[in-house]
Design a protein around this ligand. Structure first.
Ligand code: GLC
Length: 411
């Protein structure tokens, strides 16, 4: 992203430096995995079905995943064109996948008998992916997790526990690229001592980026289940489920299609943001086959069209009935989701178009540009790509579009 750095403070410059890879990445994999995966009824099952801790906790003695499931997650993520992963190290249920000295409610000390965060980190690194840790501050298992709001001694113990675990995560696994906090119920930022916690994180991991869910904005925003750009200059990442649950849900079959997924990805890229797309592995660590299918299809599209997504700039271009733009430098990428065949008419491009080509083959596309109408011509009747073929338009200057009344005179 071309950001003028001359008038920035050292803190702002450092943030841009730390966010550099993130702004290039555009596509990541979210993984929700926990004891709830055994029940297969959504990651909120403990809360929504009012399952008491005494009944829920023994699930930890059944949670025994097959060897190294994270290798298959990481391989699939790479094949899908994703550049990073974010795994639930502890979700609201309180069970930790990592080895914690602060609790026995963790994978290495229960049936699994091993550190599943360590496996995840190793697998992600082996595929060349960046590593993020999701960590829920809200905790339904810890005895102080709710009463900390009204009882100062409980708050002290609970905040020490949370900070202590965040310290473990930032100390025991080498370089961590993202700290992805979630739900900070029931305290406020002062109660959580979030500023102190994040200062510790930065001391331990000077290159890390931190999300906005510890009640401090930090490095990036996290719109959930919708793709909405943050104000310009602010990094953001939309997180989204592939069906309607984050954790494995055996009966939830409302899967997004590859086309919808690419649509969200293009929308994120066009807004200068990322898409963090979720899988909910089963208790043994295997990925639901529907998720594999979707991600493979998206990966095939990305292999041909990734140039239009990675390191994209914020596009100052409008939606069109036929498709949508993403932009990088002086190139506008037109994603023809509703491919009409033979001709595509694009209104309002203010720049002179220097060349047009199919992004996958590099073959030139014929075009006419008269005033504010650009006509792409001689196109095949049938769509060259079942999700969305992409035509790259090289423009003079940063692509801009004006769709008000009247014609814009080209210079
Ligand atoms: C919500 C949900 C949680 C999920 C998260 C992902 O906060 O409580 O289950 O992990 O969103 O962003």
């Amino acid at each position: 992203m071309a950001i003028r750095t001359t008038t920035l403070t050292p803190e702002q410059k450092d943030r841009i430096r730390r966010l550099n890879w993130f702004n290039e990445a555009r596509f990541g994999m979210f993984i929700h995995w926990g004891l709830y995966s055994i029940l297969g009824r959504h990651e909120w099952v403990m809360n929504r079905e009012r399952i008491p801790v005494e009944e829920y906790e023994p699930l930890a003695d059944q949670f025994k995943p097959k060897p190294f499931p994270a290798r298959a997650w990481a391989k699939l993520a790479r094949e899908a064109g994703m550049k990073y992963m974010v795994m639930t190290t502890k979700h609201h249920e309180g069970f930790c996948h990592f080895n914690s000295e602060l609790t026995d409610y963790c994978a290495p000390k229960r049936a699994a008998g091993r550190d599943l965060v360590a496996e995840y980190v190793e697998a992600a690194r082996a595929e060349g992916l960046r590593v993020g840790f999701y960590y829920s501050m809200m905790d339904w298992h810890h005895p102080d997790g709710a009463r900390c709001k009204k009882d100062e001694k409980a708050r002290r113990r609970f905040v020490d526990y949370i900070h202590g675990q965040v310290r473990e995560l930032c100390t025991n696994y080498g370089k961590v690229d993202i700290m992805w906090y979630d739900v900070s119920w029931p305290l406020d930022a002062a109660g959580w001592e979030s500023a102190k916690m994040n200062a510790m994180v930065r001391k331990l991991q000077p290159d890390i980026i931190i999300n906005d869910r510890s009640q401090i904005p930090e490095d990036f925003s996290t719109p959930e289940q919708h793709v909405t750009a943050s104000p310009e200059g602010r990094a953001w990442e939309s997180c989204m489920t592939m069906n309607d649950s984050w954790g494995y849900h055996a009966a939830d079959n409302n899967w997004k299609t590859p086309r919808q997924t690419v649509g969200y990805l293009v929308q994120a890229a066009a807004g200068g943001g990322n898409l963090l797309f979720n899988i909910g592995p089963k208790a043994d660590g295997s990925i639901p086959s529907e998720s594999v299918k979707v991600l493979r299809a998206v990966g095939a599209w990305m292999a041909k069209h990734g140039e239009a997504i990675y390191n994209s700039d914020r596009a100052h271009l409008e939606w069109l009935p036929v498709g949508q733009f993403s932009v990088k430098g002086h190139t506008a990428y037109f994603h023809a989701f509703n491919y009409p065949g033979s001709e595509i008419a694009i209104g309002g491009i203010v720049n002179k178009v220097v060349s047009a080509r199919w992004l996958d083959t590099g073959e030139p596309v014929q075009f006419d540009q008269k005033a504010n109408r650009l006509i792409l011509k001689g196109l095949p009747e049938k769509t060259p790509d079942l999700i969305a073929p992409v035509i790259a338009l090289e423009c003079k200057g940063t692509p801009r579009q004006v769709l008000g009344a009247g014609c814009v005179v080209l210079k």
